[in-house]
Design a protein around this ligand. Sequence first.
Ligand SMILES: Nc1ncnc2c1ncn2[C@@H]1O[C@H](COP(=O)(O)OP(=O)(O)OP(=O)(O)O)[C@@H](O)[C@H]1O
Ligand SMILES: [Mg+2]
Length: 392
Amino acid sequence: MPESVFSLNRPTRLRSATREHPLLRGPDKEAQLAVQIHGLNHTFGEGELAKQVLFDNHLELVRGEIVIMTGPSGSGKTTLLTLIGGLRTVQEGSLKVMGRELRGLSKRQLDEVRRDIGFIFQAHNLFESLTAFQNVRMAMELKRYTPAQMAARAEELLHALGLGHRMHYKPAKLSGGQKQRVAIARALANRPSIILADEPTAALDAESGRVVMELFKRMAKEDRSTILVVTHDKRVIEAADRIVNMEDGRVKSDVVVMEAAAICEFLIKCPLFANQPPSTLAEIADMMEYERQHAGSIIIRQGDPGDKFYVIRSGQAEVIVDDGKLRKIVATLGAGDFFGEAALLRDEPRNATVRALTDVELYSLVKDDFLAVMQTSMTFKERLLAVLFERQ
Ligand SMILES: Nc1ncnc2c1ncn2[C@@H]1O[C@H](COP(=O)(O)OP(=O)(O)OP(=O)(O)O)[C@@H](O)[C@H]1O
Ligand SMILES: [Mg+2]
């Protein structure tokens, strides 16, 4: 499949903000979360001058993921970042970082939390009296590294960022972009659990921007660092696992980027979607939501109005029909099978119950989207009818 299918330039239908991380559910979820935000509000000023800038935010960031945050100027991105980073006091709501609730922590406790966070903010705050190398090494002094390890890591990062020949220069002798790269090396030096970056590539040329994203990706993978980047830079967005959009102090949408690609890769293997041109498939994948259901739960119930069409990504489900006298299991469905189309096509209640036999992962399409696909893609419609016919 050509790369362009997954290009972010195509119109992406933004899903509504999810209250739970879209990819995570289950008992070990807590351990995998680096950041958990629930009902977070924030107000600047007091009394008549009080201005609320964050409203009831919910957001979860998983360990090892790269999340891009976009949004208009003044929408609250930096405020949210500084709250997550323990640079501001949490006023209302809950904010947990690596499992620890920040609300109510003392200044000293917040200092501790900050030690495990790498900050890349626009004002780089390098120590003017120290060289680039010393600035980077300093960031590691609070952790248990040997001097040799600190030196090796500082050199490695500065080399990677194209500053090998500037290592022993002081900030005054460096350009704005070079200082920014030193600040980035410093933020990454002690392999923090969380990296918070506010427009990190704004002052950088294309090549440096690319190198920074490569470093982010490597840290996300090797160290399971969670990386939250505020940016509007297209090149950076390519590296994202998820894009979160802020508007008027609220997280408005939360899109899993790789998941759309993963849905595509999966759909192409399903008989129902096999003949679709990549562009149609990408559109369908984009409209699909990812869901998980536990073993034993009812996914759709006979007699209920039909609202969604489903494709099983993994797991097994059984189709049960109750004719008023007898309950009969009429089919067992597995990966690649679909269900739920009948009620949508005929605008009738569900004609069967589908129950999860194992934990099941599903991709669903809401009714309007399903009908739109049926209308716009004759090949999809034909294929659906053919598969249904074969099922008889
Ligand atoms: N220290 C502060 N005191 C009072 N108001 C503030 C303060 N910092 C930010 N604000 C206000 O809070 C709102 C959100 O600001 P914030 O800096 O979080 O936005 P942003 O999304 O980062 O914008 P930009 O893209 O321009 O950086 C704005 O209305 C801003 O004026
Ligand atoms: Mg900002």
